[in-house]
Write a protein that binds this ligand. Structure first.
Ligand code: FES
Length: 107
């Protein structure tokens, strides 16, 4: 496992992650989507497990679910569970928000 710093401070992370607006980062060719809301901050693979659309172009609903822009499947942004009953789970990454930055754990 490898931990990578995404932002240099807690303030920078909170400033850049606008509430419920997907934010995409690319790390080693991986596209990862970050979402912050009043439940916390999540990080997940930006590629939809159904048919590969970009979840970064979707939206987050009031149930902490990212809604895919292509077919509308819904995935919980914190545990990755698929809520529409037609696909597999979303890949979730571990995050740690500290005073010195926001860190993601890659497996
Ligand atoms: S590609 Fe995301 S729901 Fe089909």
């Amino acid at each position: 496992m490898k931990q990578i710093k995404l932002f240099d401070s807690r303030e920078k992370a909170l400033e850049n992650l606008i509430e419920n607006k997907p934010f995409t980062v690319s790390i080693n060719g991986l596209k990862i989507c970050l979402v912050r809301n009043n439940s916390g901050i999540s990080a997940f693979k930006s590629t939809c497990p159904h048919a590969g659309a970009s979840l970064s172009e979707g939206f987050v609903n009031f149930n902490n679910e990212i809604v895919c822009p292509l077919h509308g499947y819904r995935f919980n942004i914190f545990d990755g569970s698929e809520k529409s009953g037609h696909s597999c789970e979303l890949f979730i990454y571990g995050l740690e928000l500290r005073d010195d930055g926001l860190f993601i754990t890659l497996r």
